[in-house]
Design a protein around this ligand. Sequence first.
Ligand code: SF4
Length: 156
Amino acid sequence: MNIIIKPHHLLDIFKLYGKGLENFVPDKNFNHDFYLIGNCVIENKVDEIQFTYGHDDICKPCKYLKNNICIDRFSYNSIIYEKNDYNEKLDIRLIHLLGIDANKTYKFKDIIDLINNKISLELINLVWYGSNKEDNEIRYNFTKKGIDKFILRYQL
Ligand code: SF4
């Protein structure tokens, strides 16, 4: 399967995999395809991958996607954020720091190598710079654990 994905969604999948999730299930509230793409990733069924900071394959059926814009909001440390704006800026930083070309199609294996080489607490702090230090440490630890587990499982 070939996928188009926001880079932070891919890291979220590995973070949850690192936390111990082995099977993603549909979310009835969002109705997005996080479970579908998530399972495809952790089962190593992705062939080619493209990145975007706009809406991706996960967002397509989501009830919060209207005219290709995410209309969802979230609250963090008592501040309300527009998810579209927040995620777009976050994914632009991530694409830049990982050295990804958003116009290019990559082999999934090459992206695993890239993330494995570049993932660090420093990178997480730069991308999620508005988040608490403790939250970023937890994010980094589980993401790294998920990548390591994936590489070991599929002998990559
Ligand atoms: S549209 Fe928004 S809420 Fe829905 S999956 Fe995409 S980013 Fe998440």
